[in-house]
Write a protein that binds this ligand. Structure first.
Ligand SMILES: Cc1ncc(COP(=O)(O)O)c(C=O)c1O
Length: 406
C-alpha cells in the first residue's frame, strides 16, 4: 500500500522552539547544567520502596481500583496542613491533585481563558509555562523582574496604560514567587501584597506557581501571594522537587470552589493515579518531612556554594548574578552585547550544557544570560563544568573582539 498524500496535522500547534541542549546526542562526559533535575541523592529510595510495598500489602485491592483507597484523602489532608506554612488556609475540596504542576498550569490556564485572551508573564519566565500558554492560543506579554521579583510598579503602569488605551488587560499573570525559574530570586512581601491588590482592582487572576517553595536554604518561608488576595489567586505546587519528579504529582488550590470544579471538568485523564497517591500517602506518613527537606537543602546549598565559587574564580567581574537563597538555579548575566546562544554549541562540544536566555523570553529579547542548574551535579563536576563554560566564553569573546577590530 502506498500513501497518496501527506496527512495535514492540526494547525493548532504554534512553532515552539526545541532547546538545543535537549536536542543533542549525549556527550560521554557531559556535565548537564541545562535541566532542572533534582539530585539523584534526594530520592529516598528505601522509604519509597517500603511505601510501595505497604500500598500493595495493606490495602492493595482497594488501592488498585479506579477510585483508590484512603491514599488520595491522606494526600489532600497533607497538602492542606502543609499549605499553612505559606499562610494558606483552605478546605480539602478546594485542592485538586494533578499529574505534576505542569498539568495544574494547563488546567488553570484553560479554566481562566479562551483562545485569543491576553496573559502576562515575568521576563524572564519558565519556558514550560510559555509553551502551555502558546498551546492555549493566548497572547502573551511580559513584565521584567529584578532581584526582588516582578516589578509591580511597572505592572501597575502597564495596567493603567492598557485601560487608558482600551487595550485588553490580562486574564491572568503567571508568577513564580519563590526561587524563580530561571533567576532564583524571591518576590518581596511588599510586592506580593501589591500584586494581590492590583489583581482585585483590575480583576485579573494571579497564577502563583510555587514549585520551589520547600527549597529554602535558610528554612525561611514567606507568606504566599494567595494569602493577600485569595479570591484572585490560583496557587500551584508540586512534589517533583521534594519527593521525585517521576511520580508526576502536583496540585492546584483556589478559594473559589467553582475554579476547582471547572479544572476537574477539564481534567480528562480519569484521575491522577490513585495508586501512586496511595504510595505517597505511606511515604508522607512515615517520612520526617522537615528533616528530609533539611537534608536536601543542605546538599543543594553546598552545590550552590561550589558553583558560586567556581563562577567567581573563572569569571571574576565578567558576569553578574543574584546569589540564590534556595531553588535550583543560578542565572548568570554577561555584558549586554554577548549572545550566549553563540557559544552554547561550543560549550556542549566541550562537555557542558546550560540553557541560553533567549528561551526564557517570549520574544527571545535578552540573549546575554544563561541558566545553570546546580542541583544535579556534584561539586567536582560543578567546578569542571564552570571551567568549560569559561573556556568556551572567552574563546567566543575573543572572536567577537577580533570581528569588531576588522
Ligand atoms: C516553575 C516551575 N513550575 C512547574 C514545573 C513543573 O513541575 P512538575 O514536575 O510538577 O510538572 C517546573 C519544573 O521544572 C518549574 O520549574
Amino acid at each position: 500500500m502506498e500513501l497518496v498524500k501527506d496527512y495535514p496535522l492540526s494547525k493548532r500547534f504554534p512553532e515552539l522552539p526545541l532547546l538545543s541542549a535537549a536536542n543533542t546526542k549525549k556527550h560521554s562526559d557531559l556535565i548537564p547544567f541545562a535541566f532542572g533535575h533534582p539530585a539523584q541523592e534526594s530520592f529516598d529510595v528505601p522509604l519509597l520502596s517500603q511505601s510501595a510495598v505497604s500500598a500493595l500489602q495493606l490495602d492493595g485491592p482497594r488501592a488498585l481500583q479506579y477510585s483508590g483507597g484512603s491514599g488520595p484523602d491522606f494526600v489532600l489532608n497533607w497538602i492542606q496542613q502543609r499549605s499553612k506554612h505559606v499562610s494558606i488556609s483552605v478546605e480539602t475540596q478546594n485542592i485538586l491533585v494533578t499529574a505534576g504542576s505542569m498539568q495544574a498550569i494547563d488546567l488553570a490556564t484553560r479554566t481562566l481563558t479562551d483562545p485569543g485572551d491576553h496573559v502576562w508573564v515575568e521576563a524572564p519566565t519558565f519556558f514550560g509555562a510559555i509553551r502551555q500558554f502558546s498551546l492555549a492560543e493566548l497572547k502573551i506579554s511580559s513584565i521584567p523582574v529584578d532581584h526582588n521579583g516582578l516589578l509591580t510598579d511597572e505592572l501597575e503602569n502597564k495596567l493603567k496604560e492598557a485601560v487608558k488605551n482600551n487595550v485588553p488587560i490580562p486574564k491572568f499573570i503567571y508568577v513564580m514567587p519563590n526561587y524563580h525559574n530561571p533567576t532564583g530570586v524571591c518576590l518581596s512581601i511588599d510586592r506580593r501584597k501589591k500584586l494581590a491588590e492590583l489583581a482585585y482592582e483590575y480583576n485579573f487572576y494571579v497564577l502563583e506557581d510555587d514549585a520551589y517553595v520547600e527549597l529554602s536554604f535558610s528554612g525561611k518561608k514567606l507568606p504566599s501571594i494567595y494569602t493577600f488576595g485569595p479570591k484572585r489567586v490560583i496557587y500551584l505546587s508540586t512534589f517533583s522537587k521534594t519527593i521525585a519528579p517521576g511520580i508526576r504529582m502536583g496540585w492546584a488550590l483556589a478559594d473559589d470552589e467553582q475554579i476547582i470544579l471547572r479544572m476537574k471538568m477539564l481534567k480528562s485523564d480519569g484521575s491522577t493515579s490513585v495508586f501512586v497517591q496511595e504510595i505517597i500517602s505511606h511515604f508522607l506518613s512515615d517520612v520526617k518531612f522537615d528533616y528530609h527537606m533539611k537534608r536536601i537543602n543542605e546538599l543543594y546549598c553546598t552545590r550552590k556554594d561550589a558553583m558560586i565559587s567556581a563562577v567567581k574564580e573563572c569569571f571574576g567581574k565578567e558576569v553578574t548574578y543574584t546569589e540564590p537563597e534556595g531553588g535550583f538555579f543560578l542565572w548568570l548575566s554577561f555584558p549586554e552585547k554577548v549572545n550566549t546562544s553563540e557559544f552554547a554549541g561550543d560549550a556542549l562540544a566541550r562537555g557542558v550544557s546550560f540553557i541560553e536566555s533567549k528561551y526564557f523570553y517570549i520574544d527571545g529579547a535578552e540573549t546575554n544570560h544563561i541558566r545553570l542548574s546546580f542541583t544535579f551535579t556534584n561539586e567536582e563536576e560543578i567546578k569542571k563544568g564552570v571551567q568549560r563554560i569559561a573556556e568556551s566564553y572567552y574563546r567566543y569573546k575573543k572572536s567577537i573582539e577580533v570581528l569588531n577590530e576588522v
